[in-house]
Design a protein around this ligand. Structure first.
Ligand SMILES: Nc1ncc2cc(-c3cccc4ccccc34)c(N3CC[C@@H](N)C3)nc2n1
Ligand SMILES: [Ca+2]
Length: 449
């Protein structure tokens, strides 16, 4: 096991990783920007290094500054968290090439491979994992889009090879839109992802978004840790995640979990990852692989009792799993509420302020992942998510009741958050029934649509 780990992140995920380190007897190093010099993750760490000014590009994204801090501190590993450099294959390669510092994540080649969506689709196809019907090579012309539309029918999704998350997708509703949308998709691909390559997929209407947590050690053992349902999204931003999925019966859940495990085994993948699927009309289709720990990994930890971050560290240090796939038990139900400093009444506009009161909930089945205390200032330099409330219940009904109680107890003053929105969601008929799809919130909220 490592002696000292540098966490190249901030906020709740930095504290989350440091907690895993503490439990493993590993010393922790924080990096911080000027704006974060009094931040919670700096307070928590054994030592801290300033890596630059507030702007993320000059601090948390400054690869050399972070590696320098690791070398100054004598850290023998770097954990990237999520966001920032977590899926940057170049940074992973820089750390791999840095003597004496281990990258806590997949090999940079795997990150490269899964970052190119058509390569990821080819790997999954080779493992007999159903992929969204479409091409596994780039489309070269609008003519191809039209032929695809003829063969598969409309709507057609044109996707950026380097895209993913909420970005890089154009929908062609009929042939007349093919030319414009193809040109736009290529132009935006070049602009946003420095890669103008695009591929085609049949656009699935009103899908659910279900993802499977996987982790692989360096001895070829691959485990799935069950699925998470992330269908409640707003403009491609997840709002509430849960597990297991209320939309899958036991049989389909087993199938999708096994498919993810097979796909990752085929890819010679190591460390933690998430295999994303779309589910529509009783079928599931591979979408993409995320080569990082995700915000919502906590849901899986609560229903399996497995500390995923600790296993990331153990795997990176060369340890093999001490549990089999059969040892992975999924018990009960968990939900994660993203606590964003946003004003839901004002189109979720980001909010800033000083926490004049901060009283998080507690009690049985309630987990708070944050790096906050009363008196902290919430600025606008970074992502609006300031905390995560994760609730566990013996079933989905108890989880919802307990979530209502926890959200009632949660008192935050001095900055506007979406806690009131979460309280409302727990009384929403579709959400409570678990029948919502990924379009639900956008259709509900953007009545202008
Ligand atoms: N062929 C096909 N059909 C329907 C799709 C619908 C979406 C989608 C669209 C809007 C919100 C979403 C939320 C979660 C998951 C997917 C979506 C989608 N996404 C959104 C971003 C990226 N992760 C892929 N791809 C799709 N692909
Ligand atoms: Ca190295």
């Amino acid at each position: 096991m490592f002696d000292k780990v540098l966490v190249a992140n901030r906020g709740e995920i930095a504290v989350r990783v440091m907690r895993a380190c503490e439990e493993l007897g590993v010393e922790t190093v924080a990096v911080y920007s000027e704006a974060d010099k009094n931040a919670g993750h700096v307070r928590y760490a054994d030592e801290a290094y300033n890596v630059g000014p507030a702007r993320a590009a000059d601090s948390y994204l400054d690869q050399e500054a972070i590696v320098d801090a690791a070398e100054q501190a004598g850290a023998d590993a770097i954990h990237p968290g999520y966001g920032f450099l977590a899926e940057n294959a170049d940074f992973a390669a820089l750390v791999e090439e840095t003597e004496g510092v281990t990258w806590v994540g997949p090999a940079s080649e795997s990150m490269e491979q899964m970052g190119e969506k058509t390569k990821a689709r080819k790997v999954m196809q080779a493992a007999d994992v159903p992929i969204v019907p479409g091409t596994t090579d780039p489309a070269e012309s609008a003519e191809e889009v039209k032929q695809f539309g003829e063969e598969y029918g409309y709507p057609v999704a044109i996707k950026a090879e380097g895209g993913g998350g909420g970005r890089g997708m154009k929908v062609v509703w009929d042939e007349s839109e093919a030319e414009d949308q193809f040109e736009t998709a290529k132009r935006e691909g070049e602009a946003y992802f420095d890669n103008d390559s695009v591929y085609l997929e049949r656009y699935l209407d009103h899908p659910r978004h279900i993802e499977v947590q996987v982790i692989a050690d360096h001895s070829g053992n691959v485990r799935h840790l069950g699925e998470r349902d992330c269908s409640l999204q707003r403009r491609h931003q997840k709002v509430i995640e849960e597990g297991p999925s209320p939309a899958l019966d036991e049989e389909m859940a087993e199938e999708i979990r096994e498919a993810a495990r097979q796909g990752v085994a085929e890819a010679d993948y190591r460390n933690a990852g998430t295999v994303e699927f779309l589910v529509a009309d009783g079928e599931f289709f591979f979408l993409e692989v995320n080569t990082r720990i995700q915000v919502e990994h906590t849901v899986t930890e609560e229903i399996t009792g497995i500390d995923i971050v600790k296993w990331q560290l153990r795997v990176a240090a060369g340890e093999a799993f001490d549990f089999s796939q059969d040892d992975v038990d999924i018990e009960g139900h968990a939900m994660e509420f993203r606590i964003n400093a946003e004003n839901a009444a004002n189109d979720f506009a980001p909010a800033t302020g000083k926490l004049t009161a901060y009283d998080p909930p507690g009690g049985i089945g309630v987990r708070m992942d944050d790096a906050l205390r009363q008196g902290d200032t919430i600025g606008g330099d970074y992502d609006s998510m300031i905390a995560k409330l994760i609730v566990y219940g013996s079933d989905r009904e108890e989880c919802i009741a307990r979530s209502k109680r926890a959200l009632e107890e949660y008192n935050i003053e001095g900055v506007t958050t979406i806690v009131p929105f979460h309280r409302l969601m727990l009384t929403d008929e579709q959400f409570v029934a678990g029948t919502h799809t990924t379009d639900y919130l956008d259709e509900e909220l953007d009545t202008s649509r």
